[in-house]
Design a protein around this ligand. Sequence first.
Ligand code: PMP
Length: 400
Amino acid sequence: VFAQIVRAPEDPILGVTVAYNKDPSPVKLNLGVGAYRTEEGKPLVLNVVRRVEQQLVNDVSRNKEYIPITGLADFNKLSAKLIFGSDSPAVQENRVTTVQGLSGTGSLRVGGEFLAKHYHQRTIYLPTPTWGNHPKVFTLAGLSVKAYRYYAPSTRGLDFEGLLEDLSSAPSGSIVLLHACAHNPTGVDPTLEQWEQIRQLIRSKALLPFFDSAYQGFASGSLDADAQPVRLFVADGGELLVAQSYAKNMGLYGERVGALSIVCKSSDVASRVESQLKLVIRPMYSSPPIHGASIVAAILKDGNLYNEWTIELKAMADRIISMRQQLFDALVARGTPGDWSHIIRQIGMFTFTGLNSEQVSFMTNEYHIYMTSDGRISMAGLSSKTVPHLADAIHAAVTR
Ligand code: PMP
């Protein structure tokens, strides 16, 4: 019965790793995947996470019972505080409903399905470009996907005029997906002044902001600074959605731990929204997993663990920033033609190099360097040892 099935294409991002794994070269370098690596190129489990895990394992009072459909209550409360701030009026007034999700992706999907079912405008505007999974997640959730301009290839920066123009002409009520910080794949974020203009436009047109927060703390190293754009929108009292991921900032990738928060106008509305979120979640996966959320809750709850976490988080962010500087310096030292200052200007895990797909193929074939065909490289996959190899490859690709 399945003989007619045609082979689906490899996921464009995860496919990079598949190709990398097949390459026997000792100098091969995987800059495709968006996961943090140490200077030694190894995955990192944070010390604070290891310690909390030990405590959880040793605590015999813990069991493996199902947790509620909406997840661990502590985890949800603490996640809302983390993104909105502990003094957030929306949190204090109980106007926020937060449910635990299967990392960022699952939280986006639940938010999308909720909107498709209960919101009057089923169109979501995504930035061009955006994380490759966004259009698929929201289309399958039942929303219709449209685009707004975001990135200007000519400046390798923000197309602010284009963004404002496109959001101005979006039908009133449309949903707008915004990357809270460290835009993937471009590494280009609006300034706080630009965010304020975006906020005014979104509110004046009654658009509904849906923030994707996959990199809080990873962009600047400060959890509060990276949450500023979201908090700007909460401060005006309007509604919004936020999907949070703990994949990057706590290194909990495979634990699939995240949260969806919906800020409402009153606590009564928030509780009705939550009752409907349960109906979205229950037939999808019934209830979320317990382990990752227990780790996060333990860290967020305890002042010492929290401080320890912020120190380890800042170290990851700083290493990435240092990789940007080293790569930039290496290209300048080689006299590589072109302006490479965007490497140090862009923010977060990725640099959108501006290399085209042909140059990317050349670098893969000749230098065994793997990245997505749009020229996005993960700065977290680089180390002081591998920067020269990458700089040589970029130099060769652009001077060919
Ligand atoms: N949104 C963006 C912009 C991302 O880059 C990612 C991770 N690549 C995610 C969401 C979701 O990741 P996860 O489901 O692993 O939390």
